[in-house]
Design a protein around this ligand. Structure first.
Ligand code: XBP
Ligand code: MG
Length: 256
């Protein structure tokens, strides 16, 4: 049986509830700054989340709501520019301290390091979004806690493709049987399981009704001693909230 050596975290929806009050707001600011009258509501954004990646999401929106624009010359460059502007607004939001980490995330990261587990990130979001989130919430040096930050266009195909997880595993020199992926969405489960990884889910408002087939356990959150995690599906966890020991036990039981 393989021992658990590393935790690979998704970012959006897992480390932090970034989507509704972060990414969505930044997209709308970028649209307004470009003189576009598009306004992505909380509900519409939930539908657009089916497609991961900001540039891909803008293209998906155009396909659904303004298909004629996709025929315009220069549309690819326009999407890239819009997305750069969105990233600037998003990083500004993060730097203002508007986007906290989810319950239990900081504790779990610190305890996992203390327990000798390696940490990594596998996300579809833009790399500077990840470093800005970490810096704003955990300080600059937290970036070095992660062996690898696999993010954005570093791989050609975003989640649900396995590429970003495969890249993170290669960078760490570890097989998937020695790692655990921590995710929040259907696309995340598909991506991690296609890379051969066991997956633990913490749901959020946008993903609570997703199909999590293939995940070992589905929880409402990582939790804290005064704010326990609830198991929504799959295997029970040891204790009231997610600890490195609970993750090691879960990893073992997933192999049994
Ligand atoms: C997260 C995403 C990201 C963000 C936007 O998916 O879909 O695309 O919404 O990021 P996951 P960018 O949590 O599965 O990685 O705009 O920087 O692409
Ligand atoms: Mg996610």
């Amino acid at each position: 049986m393989s021992q658990l050596e590393a935790l690979i975290f998704d970012v959006d929806g897992t480390l932090s509830d970034t989507e509704s009050d972060g990414h969505r707001v930044a997209f709308n600011k970028a649209f307004a700054a470009a003189g576009l009258d598009w306004d992505w509501s909380v509900e519409l954004y939930g539908e657009l989340l089916a497609i991961t990646g900001g540039k891909e999401r803008i293209r998906h929106f155009l396909n659904l709501h303004h298909p004629e624009m996709l025929q315009e010359p220069g549309i690819d460059e326009r999407i890239v520019d819009l997305h750069k502007s969105k990233t600037r607004f998003y990083v500004e939001l993060l730097e203002s301290g508007a986007i906290p980490l989810r319950v239990g995330v900081e504790r779990l990261l610190r305890q996992s390091r203390d327990a000798g587990l390696k940490l990594a990130i596998a996300t579809t979001t833009t790399p500077e979004n990840v470093t800005a989130l970490l810096k704003a919430n955990l300080g600059e040096e937290s970036i070095s806690w992660f062996e690898v930050i696999a993010a954005g266009d570093i791989v050609p195909a975003k989640k649900p493709a396995p590429d970003i997880y495969v890249y993170a595993l290669e960078q760490m020199g570890l097989g998937p049987d020695r790692c655990l992926a921590l995710e929040d969405s259907h696309n995340g489960v598909l991506s991690a399981t296609a890379a051969g990884l066991p997956v633990l889910i913490t749901v959020n408002g946008y993903t609570q009704d997703d199909d999590f087939s293939g995940a070992i356990t589905v929880l409402d959150q990582f939790g804290e001693s005064d704010n326990p995690a609830k198991v929504l599906a799959g295997k029970e966890i040891e204790g009231e909230y997610v600890t490195p020991e609970a993750l090691k036990a879960l990893h073992q039981s997933a192999q049994a």
